[in-house]
Design a binder for this molecule. Structure first.
Ligand SMILES: [Zn+2]
Length: 367
């Protein structure tokens, strides 16, 4: 008989906030989960499939589409929309909402001039149609996913509990995501945050205990998160167009995430200018060759230049919005604030930390 396994993924649960779950379960293993570089889309590929950005083929959600060829009327229209949006924030929001509706894809706040050159790459690794093997597909897990149930942790946990009681699943996976949004929107020093943590503690402990009662001492459970969070204290406004002019296939393309600024150089003569501008910025640094190797970001398709902000700073505006969040992740993964949690009844795991790709290997090994 295959080993019964329950896996609960709690997006953004910081390491120190899993302490009550650990105590209530008397869990023998409580480690700091070290995220990979980037955001959830990449960290999940590492945790569920053991794939770093170079292996999975993307870094962050939006990337330069080198195949893109944009006709001049589209370029002209996009430039006009950008120009009008620059005059009126209201019109800019209206144009972005209309474009989202027409394309059937959220274009957030991506500047119109850049939009036709970017593509949304990547799928969350625990989704059913993810293109690579994961421990979920290899272990034939039943899944209760927030993407199907809604971003409502209570609802997701109740659905999982009901499924377990009814179907007696021996391999069950549950993904939640509400906490991440609560922290981005409300921060980490407020009632909303504390209430959400309490809700997760109650529901996760109950689900794990039911699973163990049902399947006995041979059953394993794993509860882990992809990252922690740091309060955002400073916005950083940096517009590369002020230095390099209009982006395009003949010059350069760029993408501004909350904490990363990526630039693709089609005109290599811009390199020195761009490097100088980023070193003047002083709020972060361009990833070195050694860092890119460590993070699995060697492939230049992720960006010729990848600039990462220091802790507690956020680009604003960025391609996803105009203002800053209350709290953010996507900084240097080894920072204490960025460490997620890993809790299990598997007793043989030692050390203080577990890397994202090692979570995949650990669960894969007990399938
Ligand atoms: Zn997030």
């Amino acid at each position: 008989m295959k080993t019964p396994i329950l896996v609960i993924f709690v997006d953004a649960l910081p390491y120190d906030r899993a302490v009550n779950i650990v105590e209530k379960l008397a869990a023998p293993t409580y480690l700091k989960s070290v995220p990979g570089a980037g955001y959830s889309i990449n960290v999940k590929a590492e945790m569920f499939a053991g794939l770093k950005p170079d292996d999975v083929g993307y870094f962050c959600e939006w990337n330069y589409d080198v195949e893109s060829s944009v006709a001049w009327p589209v370029k002209a229209l996009m430039s006009i929309l950008d120009w009008v949006g620059g005059i009126s924030f209201f019109l800019d929001r209206v144009f972005h909402k209309l474009t989202t509706k027409v394309l059937g894809e959220n274009v957030y706040a991506i500047p119109f001039r850049v939009m036709p050159f970017l593509k949304n790459s990547g799928l969350t690794a625990y989704e059913r149609d993810f293109q690579h093997p994961t421990f979920l597909s290899e272990g034939a897990f039943d899944r209760v996913l927030y993407s199907e149930e809604g971003v409502n942790d209570k609802k997701v946990f109740e659905k999982a509990l009901g499924k377990l009681q009814k179907e007696k699943c021996s391999r069950l996976f549950v993904s939640t995501a509400e906490l991440d949004g609560v922290m981005h929107n409300h921060g980490m020093f407020c009632e909303e945050y504390e209430n959400q943590i309490a809700l997760i503690e109650d529901h996760a402990v109950r689900l794990i205990n039911e699973f163990l009662d049902l399947h006995g001492p041979e059953a394993h459970y794993f509860l882990f998160s992809d990252h922690g969070m740091a309060p955002v204290l400073q916005s950083v406004d940096f517009d590369i167009r002020d230095i390099c002019g209009a982006p395009g296939n003949d010059s350069y393309l760029y993408c501004v995430d909350a904490t990363f600024y990526r630039v693709w150089l089609n005109d290599k003569t811009l390199e020195a200018k761009i490097n100088a501008a980023f070193s003047d910025l002083k709020d972060g640094h361009i990833l070195t060759v050694a860092e890119r190797k460590h993070f699995g970001l060697v492939d230049l398709k992720h960006g010729d230049v990848i600039f990462m902000l220091d802790e507690s700073k956020q680009f604003a505006p960025n391609f996803f919005g105009r203002g800053i969040c209350q709290a953010m992740h996507g900084y240097e993964p080894q920072l204490e604030s960025q460490l997620g949690s890993f809790v299990s009844n598997l007793g043989h795991l030692h050390g203080e930390k577990i890397e994202a790709v090692d979570i995949y290997k650990t669960i894969r090994a007990v399938l």
